[in-house]
Each structure stands twice: as C-alpha cells, then as structure tokens.
Design a protein around this ligand. Structure first.
Ligand SMILES: [Fe+2]
Ligand SMILES: [Fe+2]
Length: 172
C-alpha cells in the first residue's frame, strides 16, 4: 500500500490523535484545579488512550513502509466554564474523530486497500465506546444540573477508571 492520499490521511490522523491527548490534558488540568480528582483521573486515563491511538496509526504507517511526517500540534482550548461544557466539547471532539476515521475507511475502500480497511476496524469499534463514554458522563451532568452533591458522586465514580493499554491489531 503506497497510495499517497492514504498515507497523508493516516499522517493527519496521527496528528489528530495527539491533539486529542493534548485537548484532554487541558481538561485534566481544569478538573485538577477544581480539586475534582475523579474527573481529573478520567481524563488522565483518556490522555493515555489517545497516545495509544496516535502510536497505533504511527506504528501501522511504519509497518507498511509509509513515510511518517510529524506535524505541529495545535494549541487546545485551555479555559472551560463548567464540567458540562468540558463534556460537551469532548463528545463533539470524539464525533469529529469518528468522522475522520470514517473518511479513512472511505479512502481505503475506494483504493481497495483491504489491509488498511481491516486495520481501521479496531478504531471504528473504539469510537463507539469513546462517544458512549463521553455521552454518558454528559447526560449525568445534565441530570444533576450543577448540584454539588451530584457532582461529587460522579467524581467518585470517575475516580475508578483504570488505564488498560490498547492492543491494536496490525499496529504492534
Ligand atoms: Fe482517539
Ligand atoms: Fe476508549
């Protein structure tokens, strides 16, 4: 597989996943500054996942002999007005990532690159989980509507999240 469009798109995806890590790191900082350590933990784990996603694309590109070109990671939003705003932005961002991965899938189908198509399956499935996770917390935040006791309950729930390294077939 040496299709230039495909290689460029995977390179762009490496950047988008590292940007995701950066964006969620900003969110982690926001929650740490509020002493909401469970929320901070949730994003700490998410940052690690995003790094895995980025390296997955990076490793795959290396493996198939495509040229890796690392580009500038843009500055993320650093100020947030509320926990609800954070999760609205995070959900929106994951929807953007899902569309971006769908676009990679469209390219691989167009050029009949079956290897990349199979590789992308893992990411397609992962995106369902990503959107679901962000959406679930967002719905809870809407439900409590700024109530302090509710916020602490969600915080202690999110403190339980544990990082599990991603095993991405084709990217080891
Ligand atoms: Fe990701
Ligand atoms: Fe995930």
């Amino acid at each position: 597989m040496q299709n230039e469009q495909m290689i460029q798109a995977i390179n762009d995806q490496v950047n988008k996943e590292f940007f995701s890590a950066y964006f969620y790191l900003a969110m982690q900082t926001y929650f740490s500054s509020m002493n909401l350590d469970g929320f901070a933990n949730y994003f700490r784990v998410q940052v690690q996942e995003e790094r895995d996603h980025a390296l997955g694309f990076f490793n795959y590109l290396n493996k198939i002999g495509g040229k890796v070109t690392l580009s500038e990671i843009k500055e993320p939003q650093n100020e947030f007005s509320s926990p609800q705003e954070v999760f609205e932005l995070a959900l929106k961002h994951e929807q953007f990532i899902t569309n971006s991965i769908y676009e990679l899938m469209n390219i691989s189908r167009e050029i009949k690159d079956h290897t990349t198509e199979i590789f992308l399956q893992w990411y397609i499935t992962e995106q369902v989980e990503e959107e679901e996770n962000m959406g679930r917390v967002l719905n809870k935040l809407k439900l409590i509507n700024g109530d302090g006791a509710g916020l602490f309950m969600i915080d202690s729930e999110l403190a339980q999240r544990v990082y599990v390294p991603a095993v991405i077939p084709g990217a080891v």
